[in-house]
Design a protein around this ligand. Structure first.
Ligand SMILES: [Zn+2]
Length: 300
């Protein structure tokens, strides 16, 4: 049995899956506020509850909105600030009496989709989560590519490629730079682009729905968005040439992305033909927690 934990800023979700990825149990609890020790205790309790119910022990993987720095062994880049600067994998390992693997949540998403999701069967899978922010992860031969800085796949803070004059210098990003992919591709960024062009204050999904009905202004916004996504993904395809690009997060529910973005890729990718499949996540919101469970790889 594999236990996966998705440790988010507002809730902690735990799942148990069997050898073939079939879900046996799922539990949720709110994330304790203000205390690192309380979070470690909550995760420990969640694992113990699952094991009591299932009547057996499992491997434990944890996805976090951040990463364990290979240099220091401490959590960095996390927006759940209680985790910052702590050796979470060691502390959980001590509390649970076994090795616990911790990884970035976008990496867990990519691992889930590469293992038995929309990217299954691909050697190289680039997974992207596009919601209120933009995160990415790379899986090669069923393993997360982490890198010495634990930032592999973090494409949200690259600059938008082939920027048009009206895209320079771009909007300021929370990372301190301007014109990052995230400032164009995140859901709120799409909404802002539409607002600035039309004065209409709509959420990203509503804009996509209007476009499907033929609304000219929404179609123009979506065309800008899709061209930007094609440019941003072309950079990844030129560097990594993945077998699949899998999209997850709130924005990934827009059906038109899977029709339109592939048509635009040949304008930007350095290849005579471009066949990279751009596909929607199979496991939806469950990919984070499933990928955490798959941090312990399948028996081969
Ligand atoms: Zn940025």
């Amino acid at each position: 049995m594999r236990i996966g934990i998705d440790l988010g800023g507002t809730k902690i979700e735990g799942i148990a899956i069997d050898e073939s990825g079939v879900e046996r149990q799922r539990l949720r609890m709110p994330t304790p506020k203000g205390s690192y020790e309380a979070i470690v205790q909550a995760v420990t309790q969640l694992v113990r509850s699952i094991e009591a119910e299932q009547g057996q022990k499992g491997t434990v993987g944890v996805g976090i909105p951040g990463a364990v720095s290979p240099a220091t062994g401490l959590v960095k880049n996390a927006n759940t600030i209680e985790l910052l600067g702590h050796p979470l994998d060691e502390d959980l390992g001590q509390a649970l009496g076994r090795e616990v693997r911790v990884a970035n949540d976008a990496n867990c998403f990519a691992l889930s989709e590469a293992t038995d999701g929309a990217g299954a069967g691909g050697r190289v899978v680039f997974g992207v989560i596009i919601g209120t922010g933009v995160g990415g992860g790379i899986v090669v031969d069923g393993r997360i590519l982490t890198g010495p800085h634990a930032i592999a796949g973090e494409w949200g803070h690259n600059p938008m490629a082939w920027p048009r004059d009206d895209e320079r210098p771009g909007h300021p990003c929370f990372c301190g730079r301007s014109g990052c992919n995230e400032t164009f591709l995140a859901g709120p960024s799409l909404a802002r682009d539409h607002r600035l062009a039309t004065g209409q204050d709509l959420k990203a999904q509503a804009i996509a729905e209007l476009a499907e009905k033929g609304d000219a202004r929404a179609l123009a916004t979506m065309a800008r968005y899709e061209d930007r996504m094609a440019r941003a993904l072309a950079v990844i395809i030129n560097v990594l040439d993945p077998d699949f690009v899998v999209l997850g997060g709130g924005v990934s529910n827009m059906a038109r992305l899977y029709r339109e973005v592939p048509l635009l890729l040949p304008k930007y990718v350095f290849s005579d033909e471009v066949t990279t499949p751009i596909v929607q996540a199979k496991h939806g919101d469950s990919s984070g927690v499933r990928g955490a469970a798959w941090l312990w790889p399948p028996r081969r």
